[in-house]
Ligand binder design. Structure first.
Ligand code: SF4
Length: 401
């Protein structure tokens, strides 16, 4: 399928919208009152630090809602204002934050249900409005919605579209896209739908396995079993790893994406000689600024002397998980929570481990004076961070009486 041509024709259709509808001011006020926080503003204004009683909070210097998320949520709000009585659907969570998704449900935006891993698009009627979330939708979904005559409001973040353009460039040159990401993450599903041949690697370990196969060959069946869900149809590692281009899910750990890029650059140089590199390797920088800034701020934060760290964000949020990874690497007691409700008491906190399992840790909040690092993922509104900080203040006050 010529995905580029399809996108071009979709963008010319009068049923397709990728900008707001002129209700920005109204929506900005609404979002400010629902998601912003005076306490967080106060902490920002005091060089990202605040002390109350026994508690000092150090906030990361970049955290929370990114530009792309804010834009997507605002567009969803505008859609409701613009189509007050129409049926509005969304193909997936708008962003990975439970409170924001709930807010959309309250605004009568319906989520397309998934049955045995398949979305049920049959519920969408002629003339319904369908929102595509910040991390996009696959080209097949877009085509289906377009064929149904829906009004499409596309909130895909431009950084994500940039990755789609990158894999389309690989496709044009018949390069295989090596995508650093999670094969079942919505963004990577969408990105791979725009690619020609592709292989998705989760981490540097998988990338090393592939690089080794390129240089030394190996067990093809084992390779295909390992990447069964993470490669294009008919993928043949013996034939399809001759020329490769690098792309990524925008929220992966930046340093790891860079290492994967360097690894394949070196591998292709070794296999085909440095002067032939351009025929076998292509790389564009597709790491989003917001992800990069939040990770850099986290690296600065973990340099501080901290007693513990709280990483706040949706449990299915990839960028939040990577922030947690940074804290764990520094051996700081760190808890990934998605809302204040996970703080069960001064003694118990429920949190997500890197494995994805939920765990309850006892005695998580130390006695006496404490310094707490706080950050939040790109889908987390400030108000959620405020609730968590206020809870810590409250628990420490109660501990004194
Ligand atoms: S994290 Fe980056 S790519 Fe994702 S929505 Fe935010 S700005 Fe866009």
């Amino acid at each position: 399928m010529d995905t580029k041509a399809f996108k071009r024709s979709l963008q010319q259709s009068e049923n397709y919208h990728r900008k707001g509808f002129g209700h920005q001011d109204e929506v900005a006020d609404q979002m400010q009152s629902e998601y912003q926080s005076l306490l967080i503003q106060e902490i920002r204004d005091s060089n990202y630090s605040i002390t109350r009683g026994d508690v000092t909070i150090h906030l990361a210097k970049a955290f929370g809602f990114c530009w792309g998320v804010e834009r997507a949520v605002a567009m969803a709000y505008e859609t409701r204002t613009h189509f007050p009585s129409e049926k509005i659907w969304i193909t997936n969570e708008i962003i990975h934050n439970p409170s924001v998704n709930q807010r959309l449900r309250d605004m009568r935006v319906e989520f397309i249900s998934v049955d045995s891993g398949k979305k049920d698009f049959s519920v969408i009627g002629d003339g319904d409005v369908v929102i595509l979330p910040a991390f996009g939708a696959s080209v097949q979904e877009m085509q289906l919605l377009n064929d149904k005559g829906c009004t499409i409001v596309d909130t895909t973040c431009p950084w994500v579209s940039k990755v789609w353009n990158t894999v389309e460039k690989h496709k044009k040159r018949e390069y295989t896209s090596i995508i650093h990401g999670k094969y079942n993450h919505e963004e990577t599903v969408a990105t791979s739908s725009f690619a020609g041949k592709y292989l998705i690697v989760l981490n540097i370990g998988q990338a090393e396995y592939v690089a080794n196969y390129v240089l030394n060959g190996g067990d093809k069946n084992e390779f295909l079993a390992k990447f069964a869900k993470a490669c294009s149809k008919g993928f043949d590692p013996d034939a399809d790893l001759v020329s490769v281009g690098i792309a990524n899910q925008t929220t992966m750990l930046k340093s790891e994406t860079e290492d994967i890029g360097k690894l394949f650059e070196k591998t292709m140089m070794k296999k085909y000689s440095p002067d032939k590199l351009n025929d076998h390797f292509q790389s564009f920088n597709t790491i989003c600024d917001a992800t990069q800034e939040r990770q850099d701020a986290m690296f600065d934060l973990v340099e501080e002397k901290l007693d513990l760290m709280l990483v706040i964000g949706g449990f299915n949020s990839s960028n939040t998980t990577h922030l947690q990874e940074i804290a764990e690497e520094e051996k700081i007691p760190s808890y990934h929570i998605d809302s204040v409700a996970r703080i069960l008491s001064a003694n118990r906190i429920e949190h997500r481990e890197l494995s994805g399992d939920l765990k309850i840790t006892e005695n998580w909040l130390p006695d006496g004076k404490i310094v707490v690092g706080v950050t939040s993922g790109a889908s987390t509104p400030d108000i959620v961070v405020e609730d968590v900080i206020e809870k810590i203040f409250e628990l420490k006050v109660l501990a004194r009486v």
